[in-house]
Design a protein around this ligand. Structure first.
Ligand code: BGC
Length: 370
């Protein structure tokens, strides 16, 4: 199911967009008149992904995207792939290389959504359309595909309250937010706060550099020192990699009965922690829908199939530099012990045999996962 709700990314973003429009900045349109001339199946699609510290990009986004480009082009299309390993500078170089190589279209998941704007402009000036993937890059992008990221935060916040149960009113939580260079992190946090504000006390909060699990672990150790381990009733962790770091820090402080900890991404390790009760929840985001639709958008753009392209981007979003960007925002679902079979297993993301290894056999049996 796709949500068609319009999303104003941030108040500041919209205000900025208005003032830019007033001084003549371009409105992004759905027309492909400035895209490269229509091509056949021998397309080259550049794919730039941001990091490897979290598992999704190498395990799901890249392979699913590549397979879809190949199937859409009868095996004649190719994907030129680069992963920036959390370095914004490296990503700018990788993108320049793709422009020099004259790829037909670039699909970009930015390390730093603000600083990459110059590279987006350079690609656009060279006649190469850019589609922002998952994170909304600034600059003249042609379209954006992601999940409904505010909803991700809302789902996390609501689940955390559920996990805290009747204790929530008196509860103190730690917020482990994502990287400040990623606009999604802001949206996850804002979405979570719509549920949490007024219901819990936020004892400590962190922006986690590069979304790295080890940075989250260090931040959590600091929160434990500041608040006292017995005074932490729950942890809002923006994703699963960081939830792993948070749980390590709690265990290192001697906690055996872990408080509810949230996550996102349905990482295999997180699904196993959910099975064993160490992690309360994750958010399942359908990688096939995001990556396959992105591949379809990229190929349709290059091949001049405007009707197909427009049908994939029926939402609109504003970035700090451009407004009315055609977008698709895919919906998400809370992943708990109760729905592992109907989500990640049904979608072929993880096999029961991968989740229910020897160490998790008994827990899997208890929740009927087989
Ligand atoms: C993505 C998350 C991911 C995080 C860290 C966000 O932009 O939406 O799925 O966990 O980046 O890479």
């Amino acid at each position: 199911m796709r949500r068609t709700r319009r999303v104003a990314l941030t108040v500041a973003a919209s205000a900025m967009a208005v003032s830019l429009t007033a001084c003549g900045a371009l409105e992004v349109s759905g027309s492909s008149s400035d895209a490269s001339p229509t091509k056949g199946d021998d397309v080259t699609v550049g794919l730039l992904l941001p990091e490897k510290a979290n598992t999704r990009y190498e395990q799901f986004d890249h392979p699913i995207f590549k397979k879809k480009v190949e199937s859409l082009t009868g095996g004649r299309g190719t994907v030129e792939y680069a992963n920036a390993e959390s370095s914004a500078d490296r990503q700018a170089q990788q993108m320049q290389r793709m422009v020099d190589d004259r790829v037909d279209v670039i699909v970009l998941d930015a390390v730093d959504a603000h600083t990459i704007a110059d590279s987006v402009k350079a690609a656009k000036d060279a006649g190469i359309p850019v589609i922002a993937y998952d994170r909304l890059a600034e600059g003249p992008i042609d379209a954006y595909i992601s999940f409904d990221n505010e909803l991700v935060g809302e789902v996390q916040g609501r689940s955390l309250l559920e996990g805290l149960g009747s204790d929530s009113a008196a509860g103190t939580i730690v917020m482990m937010n994502g990287a400040p260079t990623d606009p999604n992190a802001r949206q996850f946090k804002a979405g979570a706060l719509t549920e949490l504000a007024g219901n819990v006390r936020v004892g400590a909060q962190y922006d986690t550099k590069d979304w790295k699990p080890e940075n989250a672990e260090a931040n959590m150790a600091e929160a434990i020192r500041t608040l006292g381990v017995g005074n932490i009733d729950g942890v809002y962790s923006a994703n699963d990699g960081m939830a792993g770091g948070v749980i390590e820090a709690l265990k290192a402080a001697g906690v055996t009965d872990l408080p509810p900890v949230t996550g996102q991404d349905a990482d295999l390790a997180a699904v196993q922690r959910i099975v064993s009760g160490e992690q309360y929840m994750s958010v399942y985001k359908s990688y096939p829908q995001e990556a396959e639709d992105a591949a379809e958008m990229a190929v349709a753009r290059v091949q001049g199939k405007d009707i197909q392209f427009d049908a994939l981007v029926e939402d609109k979003v504003d970035s700090p530099t451009h407004k009315n960007i055609p977008a698709q925002l895919v919906t998400v679902v809370a992943l708990t012990k109760k729905n592992i079979a109907e989500t990640v297993v049904a979608d072929g993301i993880h096999k029961v045999s991968d989740i229910c290894t020897a160490a998790y056999k008994a827990d899997c049996a208890e929740i009927g996962l087989k």
